[in-house]
Design a binder for this molecule. Structure first.
Ligand SMILES: C[S@@+](CC[C@H](N)C(=O)[O-])C[C@H]1O[C@@H](n2cnc3c(N)ncnc32)[C@H](O)[C@@H]1O
Length: 263
């Protein structure tokens, strides 16, 4: 009797383990063939997301809404605050004080518009994969003085394209899930900028620190040196933004343990 029960238990365990393997395999395959969105249709979802966010956050700044003083970007008027992620990205860009900045996956252009308002002398560029996103950007910000192009960050870098001091993303690479596309996108971003990359991403989507270290170790990043830092979001009270620099930056804490971003 004992032998029969042991046999049945063993069979049951094997069956569970096979099912689990099949499930993992399916998830892994999904992961390999699809980004998080169908980018051709994404402008509709994005429009809804912006409209929902507008209930709780200011998206398009006006003169004097925020001031950059003592290295901090602070609310100056009685308006809805910026989304904490956006405020942290703008504040860090202002602290680093670049001459030129490119946003990869610029969507409808609010970040470029806001940066121009906060620092009119910065030379700005934006690229986005989607024509629809770009035509909406042009409708939403017809006056925006920035070089906007349709470009896929996962395609080889076009050598005629201008190089900037800083390249940044906000919620872009976290969504790239087809094969190695996020690695190619990351590697390309280092061609668009010579001084720093700022990444505001979902840190659980990829291991960004490990991936960039891997690319650097394989000479797939055209920088001589690489340094990793992070910034804490005062609103969320946790490490939230990743700064990758070609030169040492004294003012930011060094990022060694990636889990502090994930927690
Ligand atoms: C979640 S939205 C974020 C948009 C903007 N950064 C923001 O914070 O509002 C992601 C954007 O990345 C763009 N995108 C997706 N894949 C891309 C690629 N391979 N190259 C360039 N842009 C891409 C999408 O079209 C979309 O506008």
């Amino acid at each position: 009797m004992k032998k029969i029960i042991a046999f049945l238990l063993n069979e049951y365990r094997n069956m569970l383990s096979t099912k689990l393997k099949q499930k993992n395999q399916r998830n892994k395959n999904d992961f390999l063939v699809k980004d998080d969105f169908n980018w051709k249709e994404y402008h509709r979802i994005y429009g809804k997301q912006l409209s929902e966010l507008s209930e709780i956050h200011t998206q398009i700044l006006k003169n004097g809404d925020y001031v950059f003083k003592n290295k901090e970007l602070a609310l100056n008027h009685d308006i809805l605050p910026l989304h904490p992620n956006h405020r942290l990205v703008y504040e860090t860009l202002l602290q680093l004080s670049p001459n030129s900045v490119i946003e990869v996956g610029c969507g409808w252009g609010d970040h470029l518009y806001n940066m121009k308002l906060l620092c009119p002398e910065i030379k700005l560029s934006g690229i986005d994969l989607s024509d629809k996103q770009i035509s909406n950007l042009r409708k939403r910000h017809p006056e925006l003085r920035a070089d906007i192009k349709q470009l896929d960050i996962t395609l080889p870098y076009p050598f005629s394209y201008p190089i900037h001091d800083i390249a940044f993303t906000q919620a872009v690479i976290m969504h790239l899930k087809v094969g190695n596309s996020h690695l190619i996108a990351l590697s390309n971003m280092f061609r668009y900028a010579t001084k720093q990359l700022l990444l505001m991403e979902n840190w659980t989507a990829h291991d960004f620190l490990d991936d960039i270290k891997f690319l650097f170790s394989k000479n797939m990043i055209p920088w001589k040196n690489i340094y990793f830092y992070y910034r804490v979001s005062i609103e969320f009270n946790k490490p939230h933004l990743m700064i990758i620099s070609s030169v040492p930056l004294k003012k930011y804490p060094v990022l060694t343990d990636y889990s502090i971003l994930r927690d």
